[in-house]
Ligand binder design. Structure first.
Ligand code: AR6
Length: 352
């Protein structure tokens, strides 16, 4: 199951369990703890009083009372003391223990705040990294839908350097788009790539290009390649009829990875993958198609090829596309890193 970053007030979420960043008394406090107790009502406090507290790094579960969720999982994060007092290990343990309790209690979904990143003073960027790493490690074998809830905009930022580089790349791409002819843009987009199968239709929005036009452009692109790469062309023509699902499964085989490894790396849940696998004509959304391209570590041209099978193309008119392209060009295929950047730029995220 995937990890989803969302901006929300955790007390409003109706998933099976929400996690509370509590203190060791479990009797309420400020921050998210205060908000949860306030929204849940007195019943929560009465149940918490019977629990006998909780040690840092551990977790306990109660009902959700007036909250829209079934359960509240209370965990106690470490207080930041410079990072040399086992804070990271304690924080990792908070996520692991809370996930274990959620699973034991039959939850299908659980939402976390950024534990310790408020009153307890854990540096936000580091707290975020520990959260993402602990949750993604769990998801390698676990089967929960996990939300990481970002409450205030200051609570989350990718490094200034990365943010600046991506912002500059977006600017450059916009400039390119508005100063070149479509043909120039196209050749630049696939600069250095050997097999440009997915022409980014000029002035056609990224979401849904006309499939008929796409096919024509696709054939034109193939013909253009003919002189240079006759063998590849022959193979590509043979694959013209291949659907998105077929291409995806073929590429998974070619990479020699398992289906599960692929959909987990793509941050896609098993059910969605099964649908794609069993329906050769399944049309995924653009974030889903791109997530698979990233999971398969496809270079830009092959990414375009896979997207084209779903009726999409990468476009320099879309910030979302440009950001994903930024990472692919640099060979960075960690979907969570890419999603962090997309999140920072208020874009849709990759995955299911
Ligand atoms: N929804 C989601 N996230 C929230 C919400 C909300 N409604 N409110 C705050 N956050 P903190 P800690 C975020 O201070 O650092 C309490 O007094 C907030 O922006 O709630 O683990 C307890 O009783 C921040 O990113 O928890 C303890 O004494 C994150 O939740 C102590 O604070 C955690 O901030 C625990 O401190």
């Amino acid at each position: 199951m995937p990890l989803k970053l969302i901006r929300a007030d955790i007390t409003k979420l109706s998933c099976d369990a929400i996690v509370n960043a509590a203190n060791s008394t479990l009797l309420g406090g400020g921050g998210v703890d205060g908000a949860i107790h306030k929204a849940a009502g007195r019943g929560l406090l009465l149940e918490c009083m019977k629990l006998g507290g909780c040690k840092p790094g551990q977790a306990k579960i109660t009902g959700g009372y007036n909250l829209p969720c079934k359960y509240v999982i209370h965990t106690v994060g470490p207080k930041w003391r410079g990072g040399t007092h086992g804070e990271k290990e304690t924080l990792q343990s908070c996520y692991r223990e809370a996930l274990r309790l959620a699973e034991e209690n039959g939850c299908g979904s659980v939402a976390f705040p950024l534990i310790s990143a408020g009153v307890y003073g854990y540096p936000k960027a580091q707290a975020f990294r520990v959260a993402v790493d602990a949750i993604t490690e769990y998801l390698l074998t676990g089967d929960l839908l996990v939300y990481l809830v970002i409450f205030d905009s200051a609570a989350y930022q990718i490094s200034e350097k990365l943010y600046g580089e991506i912002a500059a790349y977006i600017d450059d791409c916009y400039v390119e788009r508005h100063s070149d002819t479509p043909a120039q843009q196209y050749s630049r987009l696939y600069d250095g790539e050997s097999f440009p199968l997915a022409p980014s239709a000029p002035d056609v929005p990224c979401a849904a290009a006309n499939p008929a036009d796409d096919t024509d452009m696709f054939c034109d692109a193939l013909k253009t390649c003919a002189a240079k790469q006759p063998v590849e062309l022959e193979e590509a023509l043979r694959r013209l009829d291949e659907s998105f699902s077929e291409m995806l499964l073929r590429k998974i085989d070619e990479k020699g990875i398992s289906d599960a490894a692929c959909y987990k790396k793509a941050n896609i849940d098993r059910k969605l993958f099964s649908k794609i696998r069993s329906n050769r004509l399944y049309k995924p959304s653009k974030p889903t198609a791109l997530a698979f391209a990233v999971a398969l570590e496809l270079p830009l041209a092959e990414t375009g090829e896979l997207l084209q099978k779903a009726g999409f193309a990468l476009s320099h008119s879309s910030k979302f596309d440009i950001i994903v392209e930024y990472f692919i060009r640099r060979g960075v295929y960690d979907i969570f890193r890419i999603n962090e950047a997309l999140f920072a730029f208020d874009q849709n995220l990759l995955g299911g």
